[in-house]
Every structure is written in C-alpha cells, then in structure tokens.
Write a protein that binds this ligand. Structure first.
Ligand code: SF4
Length: 438
C-alpha cells in the first residue's frame, strides 16, 4: 500500500519548531509519508511565524512559493491567527489555522489527503516522536502562551494566556529524549520562570513520585537525567535565585537566557515588562558570586518610542556594568496590532540606526573581552558536526543556533553528540578555537 505524501515547511522560532514536531509525529503515526520536495507532495503544510514584519513577509513568500510549486497548501502557526492578511495575498490557500492547533491541522490534512488505512508496519514512530533538530539536542517545550502584555509584543493575542504542560508529561518527554540519546535539552516557553503559575503550582506525578508544577521542581528533576539542560526565556523573578545553586553544583548548565529588553525603568514601564529591572545589576552580581561561570544571554530593543538619549545612555551603562556574555539587539519596529504603536514620540530611523551601532560596538567589545578571558581554560565541548577538516561544537556557554561555536581544527575522530574536554587556544567576539585535551 502506498503512503500519502505530505510536504512540510517550518518557519520561525524554536517554539514553532516544537509545534511542527508534534504535527509531524502525528502525521507519521497516522501513516503519512513526509517528503522533502514540493513536487512529490500531495499537499504542503506551511507552519508560519508572525512575530515581526520581516517574519510575516518570509511566511507570505513561502506560502506563495508552495502554491506556485505544488498548488495545495494549508497554513498554520502564528501568522495563521491573522487569516485575512493571508487571504488577501493568497486567496487559494486550502485551510488556515492559528498556533498550536494540531488537531485542526490534522483534520484539514484528512480532508484533502485522506488518512491511509491502518497498517501496523506504518505505526513505527520512534518513542521520541519526530525531531527536526539534530539527534543530540532537543527542545523541551514546557508551556504555551503568556500572561504578560508587553506593549511591543503580539504573542499573547496569537497564542493566548499561559497554559503549562503537566509536569509529569514534561518530565516523561525529557526522560524519553535522554534514553533516545539526546545529550542536551533546551527548555523553552514564552516565560519559563512562570511555569506552573496558571495551575497554582499543583502537584503532579513522575515515576510514581509527587512533583510540583514549578520551574524549581522541574529543574531539580531534569538535573537528575545527567545530560546538559539549558534554560531559555527566563524572567528575573525572585525565585530564579533558587536555580543558581543547581548551576553552581554542575547539575544545570550555568546559562540563563533572560530577555532584559532595556535598562531604563521608564522605558521598561512603557514596555510593560515583567520582572522589573531595579535590582537587576545587584542580582547578576549575586548570581555570579554563587556561580562564577554563569553565562548570561539577553536581547534588547533600541529606539523604543520615547527613548531619550539619556535613557539610551542608561542602557549602555547597564551593559558596561552587567558584563553580559551574549547579547542580541533589535531596532524597534512597529508590529501590527501591538499597543506600543500608540505611544508618542517615535524615534527617527537614523537615530535608531546610530543607537543600534553604538549598542553593538559596546557589547561586541564586552563579549570579545569575556571570550578572550577563556583562553587557556579547559572546557567541555559537545560536538555538533564533523568533517574532513575538523569538528565544530559548543561549550556550556553556547546555545545552538543563537550563540557562538567552538572550532576544533583537525579533530576528525569524534562524532556528533560526543562530549570532549578541550583547552581554549583563541577567541574572537563570537567563537572559540580549542584543542582536545588527551
Ligand atoms: S513576556 Fe512579553 S515579550 Fe514575552 S511573550 Fe509575553 S508578552 Fe510577549
């Protein structure tokens, strides 16, 4: 019996990738064959992103390409929440659903490409589901949605309020991934520190033991798996202090991804950011006194409406004081539907541009100095790829796809997923070069 063939394009952030993996897993379970080209597919699913205007454009372009190459297209994901916008450009799309609408996506697939008859030989989906990331690392999504209402963001209007996954389900998935050979778990959500708030931190069960639905309890349980565990999208609520000792003890990677977005209290208020920044510098110092290796990644927005030169300077001063390791920066750009669009005093484009460059120069100098300080140190490196010229991996300080890499020139007798010990020989502002220690 031949399997019906479906094409799949996944755009956007790691959170969207997790949605894609769920849809793909279900399709495989039902006996569909996922094919890598438009021509072979009987239908194409495009999982879109709608976070910023350039992502919207990329999503619309991809839908257009899939329509031109294949003709039968269904759309899901964040941009799917804005159906009219898609229909205006692409009226011939067969179906549109919003984010994490797995069941509806599957219903639409069934409608256009009927589900194959049950065949036990087609039910052989790995226990871990279908993963789109390389085998040795995996994203672990712990919740959907967000209870905050940051004025520049439209995610809550697309994804709704926070819904935490049951703790037992999260830990089961983590355990399955670890057993399947995953060496690094990347915990993701819109707001990792809020995990369990929506269910009042109710007690769930894992391996027959009671476990609270909270970030702390989850981290303690994940730490038992003996693999790298990295936390993303953590807001600096007071209870974040409690996971730092786990990092200092080597049980969680000493890595925190905290999107601070700004340092001026007035701008943060205009942004309606959670976890206000007043004591942020003090907290960072305290965290580093407990865990000196702590790597902090963050993102910032420059040119937010009303940002004055003094407030921007406050941000630069914060960077100098905080000595963050990895930093991304965006020039503010209005996103359709965001509250911040109504704020007065937009910053002119040329000033945004200048501030962006001043920001990047300051941070690149800081990041470069922090990486230079690693020369001579012995580090653990998780190998991502190997070819004839050597291996490329990452240290605990580097998350895949967003941070730097560790280059091991000439090292060819290792494979992806190995963890080796190496000594750092050189550094630039993003990457390290190292030699394996025998
Ligand atoms: S915390 Fe703010 S920026 Fe992040 S998803 Fe929620 S509303 Fe958006």
């Amino acid at each position: 019996m031949s399997q019906p063939k479906v094409g799949f394009v996944s755009l956007g952030c790691p959170k969207n990738l997790v949605d894609s993996e769920r849809i793909l897993t279900q399709l495989k379970v039902e006996g569909y064959n996922i094919v890598p080209s438009y021509e072979d597919a009987e239908l194409v699913i495009v999982n879109t992103c709608g976070f910023i205007d350039s992502a919207v454009q990329e999503s619309l372009d991809t839908i257009g390409e899939a329509l031109a190459e294949n003709g039968k297209v269904i759309v899901t994901g964040c941009l799917g929440a804005r159906e009219d916008e898609i229909r205006q450009v692409h009226p011939n799309v067969l179906g549109i659903t919003g984010p994490h609408a797995y069941e509806n996506v599957l219903d639409q697939v069934h409608q256009f490409v009927p589900k194959p008859a049950y065949d036990p030989f087609l039910q052989l989906v790995p226990d871990t589901g279908v993963k789109l990331t390389p085998k040795h690392y995996a994203y672990l999504k712990i919740s959907e949605g967000c209870n905050h209402r940051c004025t520049f963001c439209i995610i809550p209007s697309m994804r709704g309020d926070l819904v935490s996954r049951p703790i037992g389900e999260v830990l089961d998935e983590a355990g399955r991934l670890q057993k399947a050979g995953v060496k690094e778990l990347l915990v993701i959500s819109q707001d990792t520190s809020a995990y369990g708030v929506d269910v009042k931190h109710r007690t769930g069960f894992w391996n027959g033991q009671p476990v609270k639905t909270s970030m702390q309890a989850m981290c303690e349980a994940l730490a038992e798996l003996g693999i790298w565990v990295r936390l993303h999208y953590v807001y600096p609520y007071p209870h974040v202090d409690d996971v730092i000792p786990l990092m200092a003890a080597g049980k969680l990677l000493p890595y925190l991804d905290i999107p601070f977005q700004h340092a001026s209290p007035r701008i943060l208020k205009l942004m309606k950011r959670p976890g206000q920044a007043e004591r942020t510098l003090e907290r960072i110092k305290k965290w580093r006194s407990i865990c000196p290796d702590l790597t902090i990644r963050s993102t910032f927005i420059v040119g937010f409406p009303g940002e004055t030169e003094e407030e921007f300077q406050e941000l630069l001063n914060f960077l100098e004081e905080a000595q963050l390791d990895r930093v991304g920066c965006f020039k503010y750009s209005p996103v359709e539907g965001a509250k911040a669009n109504e704020l007065p005093d937009p910053v002119p484009e040329e000033i945004k541009e200048l501030r962006y460059h001043r920001f990047m120069e300051t941070q690149q100098r800081i990041s470069a100095a922090r990486l230079q300080a690693k020369i001579g140190r012995t580090i653990q490196v998780l190998i991502d790829e190997v070819d004839d010229e050597g291996a490329i991996g990452r240290s605990f300080a580097d998350a895949p796809e967003i941070d730097g890499a560790v280059y091991l020139n000439g090292l060819t007798d290792v494979k992806a997923g190995d963890v080796i010990t190496a000594v750092v020989d050189a550094a630039d502002e993003y990457d390290l070069w190292a030699t394996r220690q025998i």
